[in-house]
Design a protein around this ligand. Structure first.
Ligand code: TRP
Length: 797
């Protein structure tokens, strides 16, 4: 078989002319991004068109060395030299894992094939596919088979495909050169399949990452699909530490090679002989921790980004984690994601096992669980809605205090009316009284300014209506759990109603914040200040030129305006590490910012004159300085907190004064989300899971916190507080992404498209954690200041 005559099969539509490779095509069409298809004789490689950013490695090193304790991303261990060293590790006498796994696979491959049946073999982290031979032998022995190796490194993947194509003539090979986050969504048409993740590689994921990984796998496997993992067991420290620190010094050379690579690719000058390899078994956490310990004080300078780090003598930099498993706990951890153990085999003496899981039918896996989770989520949100209005009297709830906002009692009734519409009426279930209230609660019929003229039911009637609808909903959740509608996915409907309520909570807080005469403090709000914050040293960070994936294809948790995911190529820019603070903004005011015509656009100046604004809303002159009315209380202005309640015109004028500009929406999202190393966007700036230490969201506080107080919330490029604290104005008008489709109704986004509203990103202290995410788009008129809005600046480079 030759590998000459490489045929590029990409036609104008970005689709192969040949229909010989039916496995993945339809899902690639769905993503609307042309993946590069390359057919060579008997195999096809689908390559992620989004290439790794040129400075991904440099950025990752900066992120890791900035953190405490310091770390380096283990994916960079595997350059050509590193991959060769790793192959050598697997042959060391102390490294029993690979040998044991191979023995287990040799003995049981046919049994596995019997359990799984005729399924596509999909392998994550395929590498040279050496460990897969045993499985491929068993598969091809039963007839023509399909194999989908997935790996980020393209060259070894081609190599492996070539070798396998020669060896197995009945094997249909369709490789995916991408990260697993990018590859898994393409695999929906590979079912029935068995996904394999061998070599105890799952143990190299962090504790949270492991859970996120399993959730992702569960999401993309179909019912009855299989998942095969090889896991190394917890055992005595001596055996484990020897396996990660072999006598021949190969593993030590593997660790040192990371610094060799840094010196070569990033121009650092780390003295390699000073790098000592340390492997420790942490018994409490049941994991091997691998460190590079520096024998002398070392400066790591990276000319590419102009950063410098000083590593102390004997300081350790973590380069890898390898979790060890207990079979029962590991099985339970996987099964929680909707799997059932179908088969397993272990070498008890060596302490390594193979575990084969079957993905359950969603119904069987989650019946009852899903319903209970829906109900808990809706009830938790409703409890918060009631807590938010609890400090307010009936008069406060019923009267309209600002033309910008509805009377709060309208919000309450509207929540129930919306719930009735989407969880009951759209599904053909009767909702008593709801239809009669359409004219009252349809936001399109009556603008906010006129809502006090509506025949809004009394507070008591409204509360009864909320209860009535919710009790019907409870019954319906049961039925929805059983159903599987192709048109309006049940999870999507519940998510829609839940997010809608979460968003109204913020709207209601905006209305309450406008009441300067009403001291307001709900019971759940945290009063203690955060521990002292160090203001970040750097004011702005560099985001190197390159393409990234903006938006999402998430059909359940995202709104229509966040879809579809699409590639955007941006030139290099700089963006501020933090939002603009009160102190920064005060300097603009003192410098005559509100009086200098040249700082404002024509429209901005018109607004300035008409509004006679000379400070953010709620600021009051106080002696020679300023105070702010914050939720009805006069409050000292903290110069280190992000400025809040400024409109787009003010943000724009400030940026011009500072010699900068507002970031575009795409720039904001790239800086927040794009993980160049992983080659995929993150859900949150710091990762895929939101904890209180990451961001000031969820109404835990009723104000922003000082910049620098949430160092854990760092984005891949080093930005802080992108989510939470304040919504951030961007330079972009709100519009649909290319390929936008209104869903489930035009009134959510589409009717607002055009040059009317500016996009805000990131969420505020009042934004629910349910809504906060990197892709979420908020919008408002450029003159609006009742939102908890601030901004950060960007610059061209
Ligand atoms: N998945 C392998 C493991 O955790 C990876 C590995 C083996 C490794 N030896 C290593 C990673 C040494 C870094 C350094 O067993």
């Amino acid at each position: 078989m030759t590998n000459g005559g490489v045929r590029a099969l990409v036609s104008d539509a970005g689709l192969p002319e040949s229909s010989g490779w039916p496995l993945l095509m339809s899902s690639i069409i769905r993503t609307q991004r042309p993946w590069q298809e390359e057919a060579r004789g008997s195999f096809v490689v689908h390559a992620d068109p989004v290439r790794e950013a040129p400075l991904a490695f440099a950025l990752s090193v900066a992120a890791g060395l900035d953190d405490q304790p310091r770390w380096l991303d283990s994916r960079y261990l595997y350059d050509d030299a590193g991959s060769a060293l790793f192959e050598e590790i697997t042959r060391q006498p102390e490294y029993y894992q690979t040998r044991t796994e191979d023995r287990l696979l040799a003995r049981h491959a046919r049994a596995i094939r019997d359990v799984v049946g005729d399924a596509t073999l999909v392998e994550l982290g395929a590498g040279s596919a050496a460990k897969t031979r045993r499985l491929l032998d068993a598969w091809t022995a039963r007839g023509p088979s399909r194999y989908v190796p997935v790996d980020v490194s393209t060259a070894p993947l081609h190599e492996a495909c070539r070798a396998l194509a020669r060896r197995y003539c009945d094997l249909h090979i369709e490789a995916v050169a991408a990260s697993y986050e990018r590859a898994l969504p393409l695999l929906r048409h590979a079912s029935p399949m068995m996904l394999t993740f061998l070599g105890s590689s799952m143990g190299n994921l962090g504790r949270y990452e492991q859970d996120d990984f399993l959730a992702l796998v569960a999401e993309h496997l179909g019912p009855e699909d299989h998942f095969l993992v090889g896991l190394d067991f917890a055992k005595d420290a001596a055996t484990l530490e020897a396996a990660y620190d072999d006598a021949a010094g190969v593993t030590a050379a593997f660790t040192r090679n990371l610094f060799v690579r840094m010196n070569r690719e990033l121009g650092t000058a780390v003295p390699i002989e000073a790098v000592e390899h340390v492997a420790i078994y942490n018994e409490a956490l049941e994991r091997i921790e691998i460190y590079a310990e520096l024998g002398q004080e070392t400066a790591i300078e990276r000319p590419a980004l102009g950063r410098r780090f000083r590593i102390g003598r004997r300081e350790r930099i973590r380069t890898e984690l390898s979790y060890k498993y207990r079979p029962r706990a590991a099985t339970a951890a996987v099964e929680r994601h909707g799997f059932r153990l179908a088969w397993s085999a272990a070498d008890e003496e060596a302490g390594f096992g193979l575990f084969l899981f079957r993905r359950l039918h969603r119904g069987a896996a989650a019946r009852g669980v899903r319903r209970a989770a829906w109900e808990a989520e809706l009830d938790r949100l409703r409890a918060r809605t009631h807590e938010l209005v609890a400090p307010l009297g009936e008069e406060d709830l019923v009267r309209q205090h600002s033309r910008l906002m509805s009377p709060l009692v309208w919000d309450l009734g509207h929540l129930a009316h919306f719930e009735a519409l989407w969880l009951l009426r759209k599904r053909g279930v009767e909702a008593p009284g709801a239809e009669a209230l359409d004219p009252v609660y349809d936001p399109q019929r009556t603008p906010r300014a006129e809502r006090d003229r509506l025949p809004i039911p009394t507070l008591a009637q409204t509360r009864a209506f909320m209860e009535e609808v919710r009790s019907r909903t409870r019954v319906e959740l049961e039925a929805m759990d059983r159903g599987r509608s192709p048109v309006l996915d049940e999870s999507m409907l519940v998510e829609l109603v839940a997010q809608h309520e979460a968003q109204h909570q913020e709207t209601m807080l905006q209305a309450i914040a406008l009441r300067e005469d009403l001291p307001y403090q709900p019971a759940f709000v945290e009063r203690r200040p955060l521990p002292g914050a160090a203001r970040p040293v750097e004011r702005s960070v560099l985001v190197p030129a390159g393409a990234f994936v903006m938006g999402t294809d998430d059909q359940v948790r995202a709104y229509d305006n966040e879809r579809p995911a699409h590639e955007v190529d941006l030139p290099t820019f700089r963006i501020d590490v933090t939002p603009v603070t009160n102190g920064d903004y005060l300097a603009f005011m003192l410098d005559g910012g509100y009086r200098r015509r040249a700082l404002w656009t024509d429209e901005g100046w018109r607004w300035r004159e008409a509004s006679v604004a000379e400070a953010p809303v709620h600021w009051r002159p106080d002696g020679g300085g300023w105070r702010a009315m914050v939720f009805g209380r006069p409050t000292a202005i903290d110069p280190d907190c992000p400025v809040v309640h400024v409109c787009w015109y003010e943000a724009d004028a400030y940026a011009r004064w500072a010699g900068k500009r507002l970031p575009t929406e795409a720039e904001w999202e790239k800086a927040a989300a794009w993980d160049a190393g992983r080659h995929a966007p993150r859900r949150f700036p710091w990762g895929d899971r939101l904890e209180p230490e990451h961001a000031n969201v969820d109404q835990r506080r009723l104000s922003p916190v000082p910049v620098g107080s949430l160092p854990r919330g760092r984005s891949p490029y080093g930005c802080l507080q992108m989510l939470g604290d304040v919504w951030e104005w961007t330079a972009t008008w709100f519009d649909g992404y290319p390929g936008f489709q209104a869903f489930p109704y035009r009134e959510y986004s589409e009717i607002f498209f055009g040059r009317h509203y500016r996009v805000l990103r990131g969420g505020s202290f009042a934004t629910s954690a349910l809504v906060a995410r990197n892709t979420f788009r908020n919008w408002d008129f450029p003159e609006r200041r009742q939102i908890f809005s601030g901004f950060r600046c960007a610059e061209d480079v």
